[in-house]
Design a protein around this ligand. Sequence first.
Ligand code: KE4
Length: 426
Amino acid sequence: MTKSEALFERACRVIPGGVNSPVRAFGSIGGTPRMIRSADGTHMMDEDGNVYLDFVGSWGPMVLGHNHPEVREAVIRACEDGLSFGAATKREVEMAELICGSIPNIDMVRMVNSGTEAVMSAIRTARGFTGRDKIVKFMGCYHGHSDALLVQAGSGVMTAGIPDSAGVPRGCTADTLSAVYNDISSVERLFETFPDEIAAVIVEPVGANMGVVPPAPGFLESLRSLCTRYGAVLIFDEVITGFRLGFTGAQGYFGVDADLVTYGKIIGAGMPVGAYGGKREIMQKVAPVGPVYQAGTLSGNPVAMAAGIAQLTILKEHPEIYAELNEKGNWFYGEVKKLVSESGIAAQGTSCGSLGCIFFTSVPVCNYETAKTSDTAMYAKYFNYMLEHGIYLAPAQFEAMFLSAAHTKEELESVLEVMRGFFRGQ
Ligand code: KE4
């Protein structure tokens, strides 16, 4: 029995499914989750000493690679001042100024502790600002696990085959309307049906929780004009794309401004941080200055702020990182698409910048329905083949592969070689 197996057996006795987040359980690909002991740069090591080239990067935060020295030092220094005070601190001001001073349409921002909390708070703020109740989300998009949004969600919900979660009262989702990603007419129909009842439309500007599904040309722009026309708040859920596609995230990458934006992952550099922000007139609705209540004991935690400030500062001061990262992604995923299409296997690659994935279906994937045609058993075979060759991918079809600034061309070429081996063997 390996150490990972022994630890996972112990974990299953005291933690539901042995994990603190479902996707980590390897449920849809089989086998025992690797218990990770440490990570550095592009590699992770498990408790048995196996080393993996990592493409999960903690599901997005490790855009500079694991254990970046400047981030680590900032955290250690912050710890020496104390872990948490439950009081306002300088670092929270610095973090807020860093964001508001760099992203044109973010006038104010509130720190929370996760992407889920950021989205939940942004939805409440949009409802408080408009006085309306209904929200529109897209099938296959995942926005964390708050009740109202666990409707035809993506990510682990999709993998676990739970179309909706148990324990969510009908009342919590009665005002959640589902639209089809990349199908603007499905949104138009909802606005025509509920012209003055929709508080917000929330969208992943790049779908990354049904696998990677980029927005069709004009889709985000059309959402923007529909929300403007009907007085609804457009929320970009940038928990994954924020500070990844560029310092100004998907807003800058696609040239479309949302009214509220949610952040997570990269903003904390691996520490528990989420945030939501946007126009002053909307954010002024948030307590204590406005009537929309939202609070958190560890929101803006000084140690987490130190990590996030360190990582965001590096990214802001070195914009060339994004040019290199997006160019690297275009090249790498271009090669993936080529090798997959030449393989004769029913599969296709999709990507946007440093995000990408392989779907095992011949149906062109553009939304939840087409993503679901993917052969998840084939994905499991692919995942396990790559893992046996020391390459750690997302342990589920409906997730993303994350490149970081630390991944070298040599490493990526070695991955392509292993991929070719897999596809040749099918
Ligand atoms: P968290 O509450 O997990 O910090 O963020 C929720 C969330 C919100 N919005 C988007 C677009 C997200 O991708 C996420 C979380 N992403 C998943 C990965 N697909 C987290 C991994 C997990 O659930 O363990």
